[in-house]
Write a protein of this length. Structure first.
Length: 227
């Protein structure tokens, strides 16, 4: 069971808002645990695809999510992700797997199956939890909740730059359409839709640098006496 005394900082927001980067920086700065909850949905989508399970077969997907055979092994610059014995880190970050994740994430059975696994990341000295429903559903009593957003154009541009750095030429309009489709699915689903928690600090990274976002979260952590 989750230890409610462990301080949790939740960072929710749409894909490409920079929340993953900020969450990783915060975890490294304070040596806290890091939960990348999107990775669990991505792993479930990937496992479903590997096993030929249809994305609307909720009962089978729930069982798959409950029994995900996954290991996170620390390496120099982060974590190595191993699904059923295979290294899947790079594959997991692709748009294709992101879309799979967003489809399985609409199913209440899948969300139920992943809930306890996510809550078990709350271990001393503290947890930075990155996702869509960290502040609203998974850690509703977190003392610091952040909702980080950015315009869809900015997020598509960032994604295009990331891909270009890897030598991949991606079409901007296609990326923008993918981002908007994913936003629509994540924000309008019936269960745990993406929205700011009532008491969340809302930040817009369209005009803030990652360092500025980081500083604002650190200020909030200090105000709450977490650091
Ligand atoms: O953060 P990400 O891009 O890795 O997330 C991939 C998908 O997983 C996202 O489109 C929606 C889903 N997701 C979710 O529903 N709830 C979370 N807490 C995290 C991710």
């Amino acid at each position: 069971m989750r230890n409610s005394k462990v301080p949790v900082v939740t960072i929710d927001g749409p894909s490409g808002s920079g929340k993953g980067t900020v969450a990783a920086l915060l975890a490294r700065e304070f040596d806290w645990q890091l939960l990348d909850s999107g990775a669990l949905y991505r792993l479930t989508g990937l496992a479903a695809s590997n096993h030929g399970v249809a994305f609307d077969d909720e009962a089978s997907l729930e069982v798959l999510a409950e029994h995900l055979d996954v290991q996170f092994e620390p390496i120099d610059d982060g974590l190595k992700t191993i699904l059923e014995g295979e290294e899947v880190g790079a594959l997991l970050r692709t748009e294709e797997v992101g879309a799979m994740a967003s489809q399985v994430a609409v199913l209440p059975g899948v969300r139920r199956a992943l809930l306890k696994r996510q809550q078990s990341f709350a271990c001393a000295p503290g947890l930075i939890a990155d996702g869509r429903d960290m502040g609203t559903v998974v850690f509703p009593d977190a003392p610091v909740k952040v909702y980080l957003t950015a315009s869809a154009d900015t997020r598509a541009k960032r994604r295009q730059n990331q891909l270009q750095e890897k030598g991949i030429d991606a079409n901007f309009d296609r990326l923008l359409a993918d981002i908007m489709a994913r936003d629509d699915r994540d924000m309008n689903r019936a269960v745990a839709p993406l929205k700011p928690a009532e008491n969340a600090i809302v930040l817009d990274s369209t005009r803030l640098s990652i360092q500025e976002v980081f500083n604002k979260v650190v200020d909030a952590m200090r105000q709450q006496g977490l650091i």
